[in-house]
Design a protein around this ligand. Sequence first.
Ligand SMILES: Nc1ncnc2c1ncn2[C@@H]1O[C@H](COP(=O)(O)OP(=O)(O)O)[C@@H](O)[C@H]1O
Ligand SMILES: [Mg+2]
Length: 399
Amino acid sequence: MADETEHFMSLGLPDPSDSFDAWSDEGYAVIKQKSDDSRKETGKRLKRTFSQVEACKLIGRSESFLKGKGLNDEVSPSNLPRYTLKRINELRDQTGTRYKRPSNVEPLVLAMAKLKGGVGNSTICVHLAHYFALHGLKVLIADFDLQCSASTIASGMNPDEAYEVEETIYSVLRDDPTRMKNIIKLTYFENVHLAPCNSLMQSLEFELAEQMSKPDAEWPQDENGEPISVYDRALIALDSVKAHYDVILIDCPPALGTITLNALTAADGMINTIRPSPLDRTSFATFNASLASMYEAIPNSLRYYRILINQMVRSRAAEKEDAIVRHIYGNYVVRNNIVDSSEIQGAPEDMSTLYDRMKPVKSVQAYKRALESMDLVFGEIFQDLKTLWAMEAEAYDNG
Ligand SMILES: Nc1ncnc2c1ncn2[C@@H]1O[C@H](COP(=O)(O)OP(=O)(O)O)[C@@H](O)[C@H]1O
Ligand SMILES: [Mg+2]
């Protein structure tokens, strides 16, 4: 048998193992260029601003509400007033139009969990965070996914270059969950904070297994000096910061190991994303079986659960799949779907979301269609949360 070198040579290519390092550097250089571009001359990525009409709509007032009041933060090159989300939230607070989670109900910790990679989980996670923040909520993205896509999109930076190990969720879950507040970063999007991870996360699963085999005296300890089980790290970490947010979104890895169990132990809500394909549906059935045994093993129950269909296309095959999923999972499936769109696909490349970018990658029509489908899906979820919180607040008031 030919050795590996000869094998590659025979296909006219050199052994790729000599190139992996250089490819990694080149890949990072492209990300760095993108993030430098988005910062332009200011050294800092600018926050999105809104036109007067958009601002009035977000505040929940008629289009003339802001006219002539001079409350804008800046003007556009064509001398039109522009408003930041910070200002819009202040005006919402002043006019009483900002949605407020009832003070006697708990924030929601939503695990975006899946078995299969590439279903759009991380993309949706950051878009949902931006949608919530646009509508007045305070959001934390906790990135538990070793692919770090949510960290990349939400921060607009390469997390391997941007964060030291002790600034990541990896060190919090491995070494000290009580340090969670120290790793949270502001992002370019108002009221969206990020607990980032980077590629070091790849070894966490293995390292937690190793810790488990050691005496619990060697595990990280909580504030009372008690050892924290490897399954409770996220629970302790997120509980310590939860009060600052309305929603915490956990971007879970595509696997059902200790990291996902941590997420499910900490979460009291879950959204599962699937695409309209028989393969996704089959893997989702497997995932359901695993969830069944996981929920037997962990003590918490869910306050909120939804299945979200992503990358819907106009084809008979996709429509058939959509119908099957809705038949099996009934009203747990979000009524609207997120469309398959090159505009959404462009978001990670651009290290932003449709809510941040404001303009199409290629086509205005496609951008509008993608945004509309996201608005419908996320609008349903937001309405669900409002209903849930109202019900919980009422139950609490009634004792
Ligand atoms: N609705 C969509 N339309 C087109 N491309 C999408 C859509 N949602 C996600 N993608 C693309 O699919 C790929 C996988 O998405 P990602 O969010 O990384 O998935 P996951 O987190 O499930 O692995 C990315 O290239 C992303 O841009
Ligand atoms: Mg992902």
